[in-house]
Structures are given as structure tokens and as C-alpha cells.
Design a protein around this ligand. Structure first.
Ligand code: PLP
Length: 229
């Protein structure tokens, strides 16, 4: 049987490389996160066998179950990218390497307090509600700097950058408009926090626009694992 996931990974990597070169960027500065939510562990293993090592999950319990099952693959980096209720924060603090969707101090504080002493600080991105949509996850742009200041004292999280999910659009100019706003915010953050190195933007449908706007990590599900039910 051929491994379609390996083929898909290769095409997505090629696409990232091509987009990077078009934007005069080093392709090595753009990490590919394979979003395996709702997909079976066997798909993750196929991607792993194709050399892939970083995976994103959206649902806490599903993610934790997969991490437990794949514990023997010790070099996987696990990223939590979904919405998180505070009563589930411990599971993220104890099991994941990265958390992309921090959008309030309460969650940041709990993740830091609950991160095990033996573990390295949890890598964190702050999720931005970039289109300022009501009832959408993420901090509003105005709330970002105050939140970052509050997070400075938290020792067991390391804030690495920003994450955003713009309103879905097939139109590249619209994708660029949203991503440019995130890129500008990111640049502002970097002036105060030079250690910021992660801009988590771009999914299967908008990889070129995200890379044009400085993405350092694209989160790709469908283009690697196929459509979800
Ligand atoms: C599902 C999901 C992705 C991947 O989306 P695709 O369109 O399948 O590539 C990326 N980021 C987040 C936060 C997601 O929930």
C-alpha cells in the first residue's frame, strides 16, 4: 500500500518551500505542524514514518489519549491548538509541548502553575481575534500588550509568539489583509519581547498568504490527512 500521507507531506513541504522562496524567505524558518485532530493514531504513525515530528490536536481528551498511545515515539512535539476550558488546563500543562490558543490570563496562570516541575516551560502562543469577531476565541488586539505584561511573571510558560485564525476566505487579498494585521502586531511585540520567534498562521487553504506575511509555523490538517468527517 502506498503511503498517501507521505506524498501529501512532501507536496505541502514543497509548497512551503516555493512560497518561502517567492517571499525571499528561508524555508527552514517555516515549521510545518501536522494537524491530526479527528484522525486515527495510525495516520500519525504514517506521518512519523515519513519523518514528521510535530503534530497539532484540538480536543484535549483526544489529544491526551493519542499522546499516551504514542508515548514510545519520544521525539514527537505535541501542540494543543484548540479552545481550552480552564478545568482542562492541567491535561494540557502535563502532556503537551506547545499551546497555541492562550487568550486570557487565567488560562496562562493555570498552565504555568500546573506545568510539572520536571518539565521545561510550556511554549505558548497568544491567540489573537484578528477580525474582532464577536464570540470568537482570542484576545482583541488592544488587549494583547496588557496580557503579555501579566504573563511576564509566569515561570513555567514561555510566550513564543502569536496565533490567529482569520475568518475563512478563498480570496487571497482578504487572506492577506487579515494576516498583515497579525504580522504588524507581531512586529510590535518583538520590539518589547525580542525572544518572540513564532507566528502561527496559515492552514490548508491559505498557506501562500500566511507565508507572505511572515508565518513561521503553518498548521495544516486537510492537505496532509485528507478531509475530516
Ligand atoms: C483544524 C485546524 C487547523 C487545520 O485546518 P486545515 O484547514 O484542515 O488545514 C489549523 N488550525 C486550527 C486551530 C485548527 O482547528
Amino acid at each position: 500500500m502506498t503511503n498517501h500521507i507521505a506524498d501529501n507531506l512532501q507536496s505541502v513541504r514543497a509548497q512551503i518551500k516555493q512560497c518561502a522562496l517567492q517571499s525571499d524567505r528561508d524555508p527552514n524558518n517555516i515549521e510545518l505542524l501536522a494537524v491530526s485532530k479527528t484522525k486515527p493514531v495510525s495516520d500519525i504513525v504514517l506521518a512519523y514514518e515519513a519523518g514528521h515530528r510535530s503534530f497539532g490536536e484540538n480536543y484535549v481528551q483526544e489529544g491526551v489519549d493519542k499522546i499516551a498511545e504514542l508515548k514510545y515515539l519520544t521525539d514527537i512535539s505535541w501542540h494543543f491548538i484548540g479552545p481550552l476550558q480552564s478545568n482542562k488546563s492541567r491535561l494540557v500543562a502535563e502532556n503537551f509541548n506547545w499551546m497555541h490558543s492562550v487568550d486570557r490570563y487565567k488560562i496562562a496562570k493555570r498552565l504555568s502553575d500546573q506545568r510539572p516541575a520536571y518539565a521545561k516551560p510550556l511554549n505558548v502562543c497568544i491567540q489573537i481575534n484578528i477580525d474582532e469577531e464577536e464570540s470568537k476565541a482570542g484576545v482583541l488586539p488592544d488587549e494583547l500588550m496588557p496580557l503579555l505584561s501579566e504573563c511576564e511573571a509566569l515561570e513555567k510558560i514561555c510566550v513564543r509568539g502569536l496565533m490567529a485564525i482569520p475568518k475563512p476566505s478563498q480570496v487571497k487579498s482578504e487572506q492577506l489583509n487579515a494576516f498583515k494585521k497579525v504580522q504588524a502586531l507581531f512586529a510590535t511585540c518583538q520590539q518589547k519581547y525580542p525572544q518572540f520567534d513564532t507566528l502561527s498562521i496559515g492552514m490548508s487553504g491559505d498557506i501562500p498568504a500566511a507565508i507572505e506575511c511572515g508565518s513561521t509555523m503553518v498548521r495544516v490538517g486537510t492537505a496532509i490527512f485528507g478531509a475530516r468527517d
